[in-house]
Design a protein around this ligand. Structure first.
Ligand SMILES: Cc1cc2nc3c(=O)[nH]c(=O)nc-3n(C[C@H](O)[C@H](O)[C@H](O)COP(=O)(O)O)c2cc1C
Length: 206
């Protein structure tokens, strides 16, 4: 089993990274392989809506988004963590997520998702909601915790004092493992449930 962590923070050893490290320990104890992509310190611009990916299965911009596709495709679970900037996930992360979700032409269905927002004080639930929207448009089950996944701290390392937040991160990691294993079993035992109706795509003028 493989989990891909997508870390929005630009800060080395910042609070988002500490939260992910807490999850890593749980994944390691269940032999889950973990990879991490740090996007916050990269120069990543947004989607151009050019449509290149519709025919090429990758983004027209040849950068970390295309380079990350293999890891994304192979992952059984995806963790996204973002620092809260002005009440939202940070802009670089959003640019990355818009483009990787939109440009990939493989199914993300049944990859297990979990999102976390880390802040000094406010904006975590709004950010958490935004991040979950990537999963819930893609047929991805969401592993939830015992609270809306957040962590608190301003200066690097302060999140270590957020014992509830770190415990919640560990619990979510464990539930991700549970779901990933359950989905693997179900795919083997109930293949008929993978057959679905054809997609219907409408909008409000036709
Ligand atoms: C540009 C910027 C905007 C921020 N906006 C918020 C905010 O809206 N709410 C909040 O509680 N903290 C805000 N913060 C604080 C960060 O969310 C906080 O320091 C967090 O721990 C950063 O995570 P990191 O250490 O992983 O980078 C902001 C920080 C920066 C740099």
């Amino acid at each position: 089993m493989k989990v891909l962590m997508i870390n929005g923070s630009p800060r080395q050893q910042g609070n988002c990274t500490i939260l992910l490290d807490e999850m890593r320990k749980v994944f390691a104890s269940y032999d889950v392989e973990v990879d991490e992509i740090r996007v916050g310190n990269k120069d990543i611009s947004g989607c151009l809506a050019c449509g290149y990916c519709h025919t090429h299965g990758e983004c027209v911009k040849k950068d970390i988004v295309n380079e990350s596709q293999i890891k994304f495709k192979q992952a059984d679970g995806i963790v996204i963590v973002s620092p809260v900037y002005y009440g939202s996930p940070n802009g670089t992360l959003i640019s990355f997520l818009d483009r990787i979700f939109y440009s990939s032409n493989y199914s993300k269905k049944y990859k297990v998702g979990a999102a976390f927002a880390v802040a000094r004080r406010g904006g975590t639930t709004a950010s958490f909601d935004m991040l979950n929207k990537y999963f819930t448009i893609a047929g991805m089950p969401v592993a939830s915790g015992d609270y809306w996944n957040n962590g608190f701290g301003r200066e690097k390392g302060e999140i270590r004092q957020d014992l509830e937040g770190l415990r919640n991160a560990r619990i979510v990691a464990q539930r991700m493992v549970f779901l990933m294993r359950a989905i693997k079993d179900a795919k083997e035992n109930y293949p008929e449930l993978l057959k679905e109706e054809e997609r219907i795509s409408t909008h409000f003028i036709r």
